[in-house]
Design a protein around this ligand. Structure first.
Ligand code: ZN
Ligand code: ZN
Length: 412
């Protein structure tokens, strides 16, 4: 086999994994794919795999990051503030019509680096507002969905600087295939084993119902995260409201649950830079008091971080806490991927902004969700605080501490 043929086979194997393990498209299912232009070779394989699995219909929406760049650089203030009322309609209708969703990511993480953070923040907010019904439906798993990645030249150049383009793209593909287990002889079987382990940890934590978690790292994280009552730990596969069990993120190594939006106290110190809106925010240190970020520091990108926190009321409060073992495949690559889908699976993390309603019993009712302590916001941004020296304790309602992680690894 030539190496081109070999690559073609691996790409097809990966596409099959996305359709079967990722969205878990049933016979007769409908699929909407969102992908950057550069993802066409992968998307073609996905379409093939979907029809082979008996899909009734496959729709593809290609987008181009350079469209946003051109708008930010050349657009008038009116153009930047304009979005037609029907912009989100297709996505809404597709959800109503039961279309599963596959989103392919691989954008250039530095594309908007030269644009003023005000413009990017204002535009991001406008788009987030328009897409709100869609993102809420997805956060509540109205349908089965999956986010996965594809290697693109601009992204690969960031992850593997200094290499020739083709070499960097190939190296990033190798990394994607490794961390998604797509390079294993039977990726679907490998995922079943991995998902069972995540399920075991979730079941144990769900039964424990800790009042809070305490995270401590050598970098200075010393954070108590109060959990909502009747919280639900999730991780790996998720059963959507249509009854289909899908894996929303490929790769995924996290188990996550819902912090109480008013019961987070202490310092959270980032263990990795955060790639946000085309910028890199490094050296983040945030102090929380009764749930709110009250002191915010960053070595670079502080402006962008502050704008994010100012988005709305809930943007300075937490919507997710997630635990990831330090030996997870993404962490083992030793790379920063400049993409949350990957980097959040390299370390335990917290997310500013919107919570996942599925992380608490009865959370599908917005009133009950709010009363339970769930957080609401236009944003949801994960940032990594875990390290190979992080200790995590579960704290019971009576104040007893039980070790969950030592040196970044599970001890349960
Ligand atoms: Zn997460
Ligand atoms: Zn998250």
């Amino acid at each position: 086999m030539t190496s081109a043929e070999e690559f073609g086979n691996r790409l097809a194997q990966y596409a099959k994994l996305l359709v079967h393990t990722g969205v878990n498209l049933p016979q007769g299912g409908k699929l909407l794919v969102n992908a950057p232009l550069e993802a066409a070779p992968l998307v073609r394989e996905v379409i093939r795999a979907a029809y082979r699995a008996g899909a009734l219909d496959v729709r593809v929406n290609y987008h181009d990051g350079h469209q946003a760049l051109a708008l930010c650089q050349e657009g008038s203030a009116e153009a930047l503030a304009y979005l037609p009322g029907w912009a989100a309609l297709e996505a809404e209708k597709a959800l109503e019509d039961g279309y599963a969703r596959l989103s392919v990511v691989g954008e250039d993480p530095g594309l908007l680096a030269g644009v003023s953070p005000e413009k990017v923040a204002a535009r991001s907010k406008l788009v987030a507002q328009a897409m709100r019904p869609v993102s809420e439906a997805l956060a509540g798993f109205a349908v089965n969905w999956c986010v996965a990645a594809m290697s693109t030249p601009a992204w690969a150049a960031r992850v593997f600087p200094g290499l020739a383009e083709a070499e960097a793209v190939a190296r990033l593909w190798d990394a994607i295939f490794t961390v998604t287990r797509a390079d294993q002889p039977d990726p679907v079987a490998a995922w079943n084993i991995h998902l069972a382990e995540l399920e075991r940890v979730c079941a144990l934590l769900n039964q424990k119902q800790y009042a809070s978690l305490h995270l401590k790292s050598e970098l200075g994280t010393d954070l108590t995260v109060g959990l909502v009552e009747h919280h639900i730990w999730q991780g790996g596969a998720e059963t959507a409201r249509n009854g289909i069990r899908a894996v929303p993120n490929l790769p995924t190594d996290e188990v996550f649950t819902m912090p109480h939006r008013e019961r987070v106290d202490g310092w959270a110190v980032a263990s990795k830079p955060l790639s946000l809106r085309g910028q890199l925010i490094e050296g983040i240190r945030v102090r929380f008091e009764r749930g709110r970020a009250v002191e915010v520091q960053a070595a670079t990108g502080q402006d962008t971080l502050q704008k994010l926190l100012d988005t709305d009321e809930g943007a300075a409060q937490l919507g997710e806490v997630a635990l990831v073992k330090a030996s997870a495949p993404v962490a083992q690559t030793g790379r920063l991927f400049f993409n949350t889908l990957f980097d959040e699976n390299a370390a335990s993390h917290i997310a500013l902004g919107r919570c996942y309603p599925t992380n608490v019993q009865g959370g599908e009712d917005p009133e009950a969700l709010k009363a339970a302590g769930g957080n609401d916001s236009l944003i949801h941004v994960d940032w990594m605080i875990g390290t190979p020296q992080t200790d995590v304790d579960g704290v019971t309602a009576s104040g007893e501490r039980e070790p969950l992680m030592r040196g970044g690894e599970w001890v349960i």
